[in-house]
Design a protein around this ligand. Sequence first.
Ligand SMILES: NC(=O)C1=CN([C@@H]2O[C@H](COP(=O)(O)OP(=O)(O)OC[C@H]3O[C@@H](n4cnc5c(N)ncnc54)[C@H](OP(=O)(O)O)[C@@H]3O)[C@@H](O)[C@H]2O)C=CC1
Ligand SMILES: C[C@H]1O[C@H](OP(=O)(O)OP(=O)(O)OC[C@H]2O[C@@H](n3cnc4c(=O)[nH]c(N)nc43)[C@H](O)[C@@H]2O)[C@@H](O)[C@@H](O)C1=O
Length: 331
Amino acid sequence: MISSIKTDLVDALKGKRVWVAGHQGMVGSALVRRLECENCTILTVSRSELDLTQQADTKQWIEDMRPEVVFVAAAKVGGIKANATYPVDFLYTNTMISMNIMKAAVDAGTQKFLLLGSSCIYPKLAAQPIEENALLTGPLEPTNEAYALAKISALKLAQAYARQHGIQSISVMPTNLYGPNDNFDPENSHVIPAMLRRLHEAKMAGKEQVTLWGSGRPLREFLHVDDLADACVFLMKSHDHIDLINIGSGQELSIRDLAHLISDVVGFRGRILFDPEKPDGAPRKLLNSSRLRELGWAPTVSLRRGLEDLYDRWQRDPQCAHETGWRQLMI
Ligand SMILES: NC(=O)C1=CN([C@@H]2O[C@H](COP(=O)(O)OP(=O)(O)OC[C@H]3O[C@@H](n4cnc5c(N)ncnc54)[C@H](OP(=O)(O)O)[C@@H]3O)[C@@H](O)[C@H]2O)C=CC1
Ligand SMILES: C[C@H]1O[C@H](OP(=O)(O)OP(=O)(O)OC[C@H]2O[C@@H](n3cnc4c(=O)[nH]c(N)nc43)[C@H](O)[C@@H]2O)[C@@H](O)[C@@H](O)C1=O
């Protein structure tokens, strides 16, 4: 069931203590940048200070800080290979983080949540473009089943809290994201930072060809993380509760076409080959974002401009990639 309640609040964030969990990540840092334009107090804590898989520590920190609004952007995240290689981490860590945060925050009096889901919660062969009501209508994509199950559990817990205790939450399902603070690890990242890195390194080394993963045929939709953050704040300010809502750009292209676009942005002039032994993942993941459009929000960053900006930032400041965990600097 999909339900939403439009709020008559003038500004759901105004004057509030707002915690962005995962503020050093790509999405969390974009949320902080966007929330700095709002009249609210932003609370943050890094993973080195608080491991959110630890229930007692999480409960204590939340009791001390008393956030009124929580954006849950902390998670174990990675691309197709990381998801397939570390299913325990993706299922266990992500389940613990979202369960610990929601339970402790509700107990401490938090009034409202925004949960970050993902388009991978939908069935592998969902009808395209994927509507919100495709949830749990078919088998998941095997490479990210563990991650998807953790995300589905979190959004179901949010729905349960709404039903049983009247707690407000908004569960957003973004399409594939990219932007500042992305993960540029060559093996564990998503396709955009991985390709930017591979094609840049090939250009610098004067290589004549580069081999990328899979068949090149899968179709993907991409959204800049600043657009995502803006959509999250828009929804938070305009609605009390939304069970599930897609956030996409409508900008879809094949992985092969993405490779050529990134090649052009980077200035790599050699040949692009694909290795079909590597997994393709879902054949197509285009979200139907008409609910969000009807509410009055639309993205502003074109894929080409977003890629040029990311490549430019990365060359000027390699710190725009995380240094922690499995992230590594490119240069
Ligand atoms: N990236 C994408 O394409 C998409 C992302 N999403 C969702 O958006 C959310 C954020 O993703 P994204 O910003 O890309 O991911 P990142 O990996 O960039 O950020 C995740 C953040 O969570 C923190 N974190 C991880 N584990 C813990 C822990 N045990 N305790 C405390 N903090 C922890 C990380 O800390 P540290 O900085 O120390 O590593 C990091 O700051 C996720 O829920 C993801 O599923 C949804 C769709 C697409
Ligand atoms: C956001 C989303 O992200 C993941 O799903 P995915 O969309 O399959 O993500 P991906 O970005 O890793 O790959 C997209 C496509 O690109 C191809 N590809 C080519 N060359 C490289 C390459 O060098 N690296 C990567 N990672 N992919 C490559 C790759 O073979 C695939 O066909 C899930 O983790 C899921 O959990 C999730 O939430």
